[in-house]
Design a protein around this ligand. Structure first.
Ligand SMILES: Nc1ncnc2c1ncn2[C@@H]1O[C@H](COP(=O)(O)OP(=O)(O)OP(=O)(O)O)[C@@H](O)[C@H]1O
Ligand SMILES: N[C@@H](CCO)C(=O)O
Length: 319
């Protein structure tokens, strides 16, 4: 049996709407992401199981589940002679979270299928397959969850980027606190509130911020880079969809947060600090003030490993 883990990710990373995303690893060492287990099927037919903490949110027909759709697509379009398999999605990330939940399932499923079938698809081929599915679900073609989820790190990604993704250097001191408030926000809905067009001024600001952020990361000037982490494209339109976000935006800088942003399309909040003590204070505030009984908050680092095959026993500790 092969078990493939795909980490949660934070799309946009404040300064790069649709073009920048970071893979996340809780400092506790626990896994925050979906797992796909795949093995040969004894029945001679493909089998699909969805288990895990958030499986009940995907309790409908298996045909509605993205991981099953990946299996069907892979057999039809990539490897028709792949042996019959039993594919289990362990759904450990909440749906509609802003943590790249659909990307996690799609990336883990395609990576597991590629390994099981020995198809050895290239990075470009795999990212293209994954982006097709992300586009179907969210209503926009963006790589800012699938690229970091698959490759790890902080990725600048898009159709115009060579191989669709470029890894940026990051500061080892970054502490990323991610708080999922416990309710879902559908990505397509959170995209529908955005303006269809933006002004020349806004476009130029966006280009300046993202290009300077990228250049500063490459020259190791991380403090100047994070000073540019501001989202003028999505946050102003989305914050009213996320109860508690505006209060957190005021409170968290007083606790040392250098950036407070919406993670992906929300409702997860992303806060960045360089101090472990401040990260703990931010995490505690969010647990007290931002979450309902279904929410969680984790202090994370950037996950530089991305999607990977788990060793035996490694899947035991789920965040
Ligand atoms: N395995 C799966 N994981 C996540 N969503 C799935 C899966 N299979 C089907 N879906 C459906 O895809 C849609 C995903 O919605 P959406 O893009 O808002 O969620 P998301 O990917 O979890 O969001 P985000 O990227 O912000 O974390 C939902 O309607 C959900 O029911
Ligand atoms: N970049 C996309 C998806 C992020 O998960 C958005 O903000 O709508």
């Amino acid at each position: 049996m092969i078990e493939v883990y795909a980490p949660a990710s934070s799309g946009n990373f404040a300064v790069g709407f649709d073009l920048l995303g970071a893979a996340l690893a809780p400092v506790s060492g626990a896994l925050l992401g979906d797992i796909v287990a795949i093995e040969s099927s004894n029945s001679g037919q493909d089998e699909f199981i969805c288990s895990g903490k958030y499986a009940e949110k995907l309790a409908g027909p298996k045909e509605d589940n993205l991981a099953y759709q990946c299996l069907v697509h892979f057999r039809e379009h990539v490897s028709s002679d792949m042996p019959a398999c039993k594919l289990e999605l362990k759904k450990n990330l909440p749906v509609g979270s802003g943590l790249g939940s659909s990307a996690c399932s799609v990336v883990a499923a395609f990576a597991a299928l590629d390994k099981f079938a020995n198809t050895n698809l290239s990075q470009k081929q795999l990212l293209a397959l994954m982006a097709d599915f992300e586009e179907k679900v969210s209503g926009g073609r963006h790589y800012d969850n699938i690229a970091p989820c698959y490759l790890g790190g902080l990725q600048l990604c898009g159709d115009l980027v060579p191989n669709n993704s470029l890894a940026l250097p990051t500061d080892e001191n970054w502490q990323l606190v991610v708080a999922y408030p416990g309710f879902a926000l559908n990505t397509a809905k959170a995209r529908a509130v955005l303006p269809k067009e933006v002004s020349m001024h806004t476009s130029i600001n966006y280009g300046q911020r993202l290009s300077a952020f990228t250049a500063l990361c490459f020259s190791g000037q991380f403090d100047s880079a994070i000073a540019l982490m501001k989202d003028e494209l999505a946050e102003p339109y989305r914050q009213s969809l996320i109860a508690g976000f505006s209060d957190a935006k005021v409170a968290l800088p007083e606790l040392g947060a250098e950036v407070v942003a919406i993670s992906g399309a929300g409702p997860t909040l992303l806060a960045l600090t360089k101090s472990e003590t401040q990260a703990q204070a931010i995490d505690a505030w969010l647990k007290e003030n931002y979450l309902n009984e279904n929410g969680f908050s984790h202090i994370c680092k950037i996950d530089n490993r991305g999607t990977r095959v788990l060793e035996k026993g490694e899947s035991d500790v789920i965040a």
